[in-house]
Design a protein around this ligand. Structure first.
Ligand SMILES: Cc1cc2nc3c(=O)[nH]c(=O)nc-3n(C[C@H](O)[C@H](O)[C@H](O)COP(=O)(O)OP(=O)(O)OC[C@H]3O[C@@H](n4cnc5c(N)ncnc54)[C@H](O)[C@@H]3O)c2cc1C
Length: 485
């Protein structure tokens, strides 16, 4: 656990003598999945709540995502006959992180994940359902990834914004929060936000929820905490500059796992369109510019960001056949990649080599080795450890290919929170009325990129968001009652 760093910007102003003309019970900073879910929960609890979002429209990394959310024990899982629970999910998280995350919190968030999805579906009409394409893999021992029908973050964020509107949540956009006001006990009394024209407004609150994601867009912080990704491309929301984490640190909060992140080696290069990883999981392979595989592609997809970046010329090629190509045409982003010409078709292995500028002999050897293992003709263990026996053998030509690069997608370390998403100090004591959720809070991914269980970003955003909204409402109920007297 790292302690308070006093050199951070994002100042905390003294609240003494400060009068707020506008006051709401709960202020939420950030209008992504975490902030909007938190606001819905606070509203459900009867609190007046305002979301302050720096962009003109709420987008965040949530809108860039594929909208996949892992959760255990949902109604949708039961409909598909999947037996799962918070205990099983938490055990999967602990196994993937090699025990290097907080077991009590992993269990608390895993337990709360299923009810969060059911609540979003039933109470707020967010059309989430189990996506059986993912299956039980990559650390998930059960099929538990849920998605909206289009499998896009845009649909997810729009659905959340609409739900907030129906619930009476006030979302103020073009409002970047720049200062927090706190008393001597670090109790937050209000915030200041600025408009694009430079004008500023203050709003007082009884509780504050920081949901302004991580620090992927803050180069100085990335260099300091994740130096191995300092030069890597950042493919997350540009507004995520670590504001919430820095305020928390300046208030004396603990941070943990600041070295953790999700990477991905699946961004079409140079088009920057995300290529669905199911292409690879369903039997496709990844080769470098020498025509050679360099990793077990079916394992640790977050770690592939670092591995692809480490290859010659920092790029790699996905290679697959028509069956996998046809399968992926249902994904909006894959269609986009086709539209911009990122997906290339080759009528022969020689043509594939020409398109990708790969040495044809090496490429032939790589493909025949893979197909040999997939068909069971080669019985020895894959030197890179991939188990090809479960794949449908690749049947090219024609071959399909796309050049990809690695990128940092989002950071996973952040403010230490308890099971109600309340922010804690290094000694475990809670800050009086400060909550954090999503990318601003420490996730359940352990200290690096290999502990990221697929779809954990939105699992923690929605689950911690709901918990924060509920707890902030409970905490402020007595002050609301006092004010009403
Ligand atoms: C390309 C891509 C694909 C992904 N796919 C998935 C996926 O399928 N499943 C999954 O689980 N995770 C995925 N992730 C990760 C996931 O998107 C994030 O973990 C999640 O969106 C975080 O939610 P959030 O609400 O914390 O942050 P965000 O959605 O980024 O929202 C934070 C908001 O805070 C605002 N903000 C920041 N600072 C301030 C300030 N000072 N004042 C006011 N507003 C502020 C920002 O503008 C932003 O709108 C993906 C990420 C990327 C980049």
């Amino acid at each position: 656990m790292q302690a308070f760093l006093s050199e951070n910007p994002m100042p905390i102003r003294p609240a003494k003598g400060k009068k707020f003309e506008t006051h709401v019970r709960v202020v939420v900073v950030g209008g992504g999945a975490a902030g909007l879910t938190a606001a819905l929960a606070a509203r459900d609890g009867g609190a007046d709540v305002i979301v302050l979002e720096r962009d003109h429209t709420p987008r965040g990394s949530t809108s860039m995502s594929q909208g996949n959310i892992c959760a255990a024990g949902t109604k949708s899982q039961r409909d598909y006959g999947v037996k799962d629970s918070g205990a099983i999910f938490a055990a999967d998280i602990m196994a993937l992180t090699k025990g290097q995350t907080d077991a009590r919190l992993a269990r608390a968030f895993a337990d709360a994940s299923g009810p969060t999805i059911d609540w979003l579906v039933e109470k707020h009409a967010i059309p989430l359902a189990l996506d059986t394409d993912w299956g039980a893999r990559l650390g998930h021992s059960r099929s538990r990834i849920h998605a909206v029908p289009s499998k896009t973050g845009t649909e997810l964020i729009n659905a959340l914004v609409n739900a907030c509107e129906r619930a009476g949540v006030d979302i103020v956009t073009d409002a970047r929060v720049v200062d927090l006001y706190a008393d001597a006990e670090q109790r937050i009394k209000g915030v200041r936000f600025v408009r694009p024209d430079g004008s500023a407004d203050d709003v007082g609150c009884d509780a504050l929820i920081l949901a302004c994601c991580g620090f992927g867009a803050n180069r100085a912080m990335v260099k300091k905490y994740i130096p191995e990704m300092a030069d890597a491309l950042y493919h997350g929301h540009e507004g995520n500059e670590g504001d919430g984490i820095q305020w928390g640190m300046n208030l004396g909060a603990a941070v943990a796992d600041m070295t953790a992140f999700q990477g991905l080696g699946a961004l079409a290069d140079p088009h920057r369109v995300l290529i669905h990883y199911n292409l690879v999981l369903q039997g496709g392979i990844i080769v470098n510019v020498k025509g050679k595989r360099f990793a077990d592609e079916s394992k640790d997809i977050s770690g592939m960001g670092r591995r692809v970046t480490a290859q010659p010329r920092h790029v790699a090629w996905f290679i697959y056949d028509k069956k996998r190509h046809d399968f992926c045409t249902k994904y909006v982003e894959y269609q986009e990649a086709m539209d911009v010409g990122a997906i290339r078709e080759a009528k022969s292995t020689a043509e594939l080599a020409r398109i990708a500028k790969l040495p044809v002999d090496v490429l032939r050897r790589t493909l025949s080795d893979v197909v040999g293992r997939q068909t069971g003709k080669i019985k020895t263990k894959d030197p890179l450890g991939r188990d090809f026996r479960q794949d449908d053998p690749l049947e090219g030509p024609p071959w399909y290919t796309v050049r990809v690069c690695g990128a940092l997608f989002h950071t996973q370390g952040g403010l230490v929170i308890d099971e109600h998403a309340q922010v804690c100090r290094p000694d475990g004591a809670r800050l009086p009325n400060l909550f954090a959720a999503g990318g601003t809070a420490r996730s359940t991914s352990g200290p690096s990129d290999w502990g990221y269980i697929p779809a954990a970003g939105l699992f923690t955003a929605t689950t911690q968001g709901r918990l924060a909204g509920e707890a902030a409402t409970r905490l402020t109920r007595s002050s609301a009652a006092r004010a009403a007297e």
